[in-house]
Design a protein. Sequence first.
Length: 133
Amino acid sequence: LTWKHATTNGYWKLGSKYQIDDKNDRFEDDEFISYSADRVSLFTSRYWRYQQWDFTLSGQYRLSEYHDKNTYGGESDTLREDDRLSLFANLTYHVNDNLSLHTEIDISNNSSTHEENEYDQNTLSLGATWQFN
């Protein structure tokens, strides 16, 4: 479900998503790892356009509840639940009709009931795009 509202120089976007993941869980000897989860996401973003510049700022919160308990050494663990918060910024400069230069920053924090699945991830990307006409 997504709502989009146009402004004079861009738009606002607000939405949510429900996802049922049924992935290949891992079975090895007396170990079981669940990768299958139900996920709920809430997100918002703002896009601006000014002359040759595009700027996007986004945020997302995602809750993941895993279907099965993990098992290590034959012993069952607690059900895994993750909370992830992500912030994203993108800046693009359109040099001409064919060439664009862009940079992206992505910052994520994942909290989990399983300590080994907690992480912070920061990514910076630089790039160029050539559009063939």
